[in-house]
Design a protein around this ligand. Structure first.
Ligand SMILES: Cc1ncc(COP(=O)(O)O)c(C=O)c1O
Length: 407
């Protein structure tokens, strides 16, 4: 279908091909301008072609592309992360979110000596066989562990235990059913991939505590929330410290880099040889330079307040335009990453509730926004970044009001 990842098939009704980006906008090959509320599915947190980021890359290009050996940037980046991310003592680098999730799971298994892990229904933790299960389950598949696409042998997810999210009793039950066998629990702290569902009060803290009680490693998959909902990601936003967190997307500002960070003792499993971590491009200097520059740009005071304010203003614009036009709609998530759900009366708390939204109206709304120069992602997902300003907000709220009429 002319796309490089299957997720891109359904983004626009007609296929469009990009030519260039600039700040909060990008341009297709026909010269159409779009305000970018997709941020390349998350990475472009500081916008397209940020001058400071471009300069950092250009300077690194002159020094070398990749060394296959240690370089200064790795230390600079690791020290920044350790100082910014609460409870992160050590980090390791890899290239994509999918890879870093696997590195975290392997660390947890090496650390605990156990094999099974728990992942949550409706959560997406990358495309590899052991985690690409029950991410978008059909109702008849609720409560089961099922592969999300063909070509996934059952044996490769036989050690994955799926559990409903935001349901403490269900998690306790899974621990009881698998005594002494669970190496880790991995989950998105905000279920962005399943409709930007917020965690119930106390749920994440209880998940971390349950892991401690049962000797399992708690893992936040912060591929989306990291460096987006706060500089310190979900750890800062919720004031919580799981054993490990996984970072990617926004961390590299558009370049391919990911990391696992967390508690010192868990990483001892790497130091003493209980497990290993590999990858030719791990810590490659271009991506590392991009990550350092991105974090520096995001560290400017007021950045996250601005991002959230912009996002909440968009949400408010949609909610009030819907009310004026007699359209039922709710929004959920934060200002930096959120979902719009047509047909729902209250924000969903898990994938099962999010799936009740009316996708057909959502798609029509998105098409109308697209015709008015707003580029948004399928299923009502919006990302807001540091490059979105007052001008984009004015244009977007005008487009939202028009698009909602007669929907
Ligand atoms: C929460 C989460 N984890 C992991 C991944 C996988 O990351 P990548 O696509 O970089 O492999 C994604 C990608 O969307 C994600 O949203």
């Amino acid at each position: 279908m002319g796309v490089s990842t299957a997720f891109r098939c359904k983004v626009t009704a007609v296929p469009i091909t990009m030519e260039r980006g600039a700040g909060p906008c990008f341009y297709d090959v026909d010269g159409n301008e779009f305000i970018d509320y997709g941020l390349a599915w998350g990475p472009l947190i500081v916008g397209n072609n940020h001058p400071q980021l471009s300069q950092a890359i250009t300077e690194q290009l002159a020094r070398g592309y990749t060394f296959g050996a240690q370089h200064r940037g790795e230390t600079v980046l690791a020290e920044k992360m350790v100082s910014l991310l609460p409870g992160v003592d050590r980090v390791i680098f890899s290239n994509t979110g999918s890879e870093a999730v696997q590195a975290a799971l392997r660390l947890a298994r090496g650390f605990t000596g156990r094999e099974k892990f728990i992942k949550f229904e409706g959560h997406y933790n990358g495309w590899l066989n052991n985690v690409l299960v029950s991410s978008h389950p059909q109702p008849e598949q609720f409560g089961k562990t099922v592969g999300d696409c063909g070509g996934q042998p059952e044996a490769e997810y036989s050690l994955t235990v799926t559990c409903p999210w935001n349901n403490l009793a269900a998690l306790e039950q899974v621990f009881r059913d698998n005594p002494g066998q669970i190496a880790a629990v991995i989950g998105e702290p905000i279920l962005v991939n399943g409709g930007s569902c917020m965690p119930n009060e106390g749920y994440l803290a209880a998940m971390i505590e349950l892991c401690r009680e049962h000797g399992a490693v708690s893992i936040f998959d912060e591929v989306i929330t990291g460096f987006r909902i706060a500089l310190g990601g979900a750890r800062e936003y919720f004031g919580l410290q799981p054993d490990l967190s996984v970072y990617a997307k926004a961390m590299g500002g558009g370049f391919s880099i990911s990391a696992v960070g967390g508690r010192r003792e868990v990483f001892d499993a790497l130091l003493d040889g209980r497990t290993g971590h590999f990858g030719t491009y791990n810590g490659n200097p271009i991506s590392v330079a991009a990550a350092i520059a991105t974090i520096d740009i995001l560290s400017e005071p007021g950045t996250f307040e601005r991002i959230h304010r912009h996002g909440y203003a968009l949400r408010e614009a949609m909610e009030s335009a819907a009310k004026e036009n007699g359209v039922t709609l709710v929004t959920s998530g934060t200002g930096a990453a959120f979902h719009v759900h047509f047909g729902l009366q209250r924000p969903p708390r898990c994938i099962r509730e999010a799936m009740q939204a009316d996708q057909a109206i959502g798609d029509r709304f998105r098409e109308r926004l697209f015709e008015r120069g707003l580029y948004c992602l399928p299923a009502g997902r919006w990302y807001v970044g540091a490059a979105h300003g007052e001008e984009q907000l004015q244009q977007a709220t005008g487009a939202i009001r028009e698009a909602m009429q007669g929907l």
